[in-house]
Design a protein around this ligand. Structure first.
Ligand code: GDP
Ligand code: CA
Length: 307
């Protein structure tokens, strides 16, 4: 069994690739919950939904989030009413949030709801929220403190950030499912997700880093930065704003001793030696998963490390 630490899109692509091309292993996804929010009274879990929809083959390739064949009538009406229409919720997608909110109000945990949604959408990979307790990302920016979605969606991650905090993380605990998956897995992968916004809030939950620290040699990560740039989202400029190098090396230095092996993109081959100096081994290969040939090469490289 292989466990994958996940944010949203970067992780969903990796899991999809592994499910298709390295199917000789069983995977478990541990997913960030710090992007979650309550809006219009409904609980929305963007990273859990991105991973679930992608593995179900239902993800919207046009928007890069949400469900395929989406319509927006509810959101259009909300806009007319002067409601919080800046966070676009599709009509089909809304059913997921309504289902989740109802189940949570009946006393189900986020873990139980994630499993129910996955099962009903035909996803076989266990999708585990990192915690059942609320953890919420807040960012200190040039225009004041913003919640994660205010930063990411309302301000299109275009405002400089000076600090990131995860509210609730001091009291949140990893679920028993998460800790048991981490302990049972032969190897652990850290997806090419945003290190500061997607993976950091998973690592910050009590119990998770403690398990990982015991097993550096069985942990590998795929760099989300290629040629110093993120394929999507703010990972690159956030690294710089928070004092890290915006590069594969910068991400490796940020994770430090946690990661024993790195998969970095071929354009970053010159950084392999610097990453090795951190005490990790490195595979240099194509890492862009949206390009079939490149994705196949990455899958092959990961399969070699897993075997
Ligand atoms: P979000 O929660 O949806 O913002 O997504 P994540 O945190 O999972 O991932 C965002 C990161 O995924 C960005 O830094 C991207 O560069 C990275 N990413 C997305 N697709 C790919 C890919 O095909 N290859 C690699 N190496 N990174 C990717
Ligand atoms: Ca996310």
């Amino acid at each position: 069994m292989i466990t994958v630490l996940c944010g949203g899109v970067g992780a969903a692509r990796l899991l999809g690739l592994l499910q298709r091309e390295v199917s000789s292993f069983e995977y478990t996804a541990i997913v960030n919950v710090a992007d979650d929010l309550v809006l219009h009274g409904v609980t929305i879990c963007p990273d859990l939904d991105t991973v679930t929809y992608t593995l179900a083959g239902l993800n919207n390739e046009v928007t890069g989030w949400g469900l395929v064949d989406e319509t927006w009538r509810v959101n259009q009406e909300l806009a007319k009413l002067g409601g919080e229409a800046w966070f676009q919720l599709g009509d089909r997608d809304m059913a997921t949030h309504l289902f989740r909110t109802q189940r949570l109000s009946e006393g189900a945990t986020k873990t139980e709801v994630a499993a129910e949604l996955a099962a009903r959408l035909g996803v076989t990979i266990p999708i585990l929220p990192a915690s059942n307790e609320p953890v919420s990302t807040y960012l200190e920016t040039d225009i004041g403190e913003l919640s994660f979605q205010e930063y990411f969606v309302k301000h299109r991650h275009a405002v400089p950030v000076s600090k990131i905090s995860f509210r609730g993380v001091e009291v949140a605990t990893a679920t028993t499912e998460v800790l048991s998956a981490l302990k049972k897995s032969e190897k652990i992968l850290i997806a090419p997700s945003n290190p500061l916004l997607s993976i950091a809030p998973v690592l910050a939950i009590a119990g998770i880093t403690e398990v990982l620290e015991q097993r550096r040699d069985s942990i590998a990560a795929i760099s989300p930065l290629i040629g110093g740039r993120a394929l999507k989202g703010p990972a690159d400029h956030l690294m710089t704003e928070l004092g890290f190098e915006s590069s594969a090396f910068g991400v490796a230095a940020y994770y430090g001793n946690l990661v024993g092996h790195w998969f970095i993109d071929e354009v970053d081959y010159a950084q392999a030696a610097r990453i090795e100096e951190l005490g990790a081994t490195v595979t240099v290969l194509p890492t862009i998963m949206t390009e079939p040939l490149s994705g196949a090469a990455l899958a092959k490289g990961i399969a070699a490390w897993l075997n």
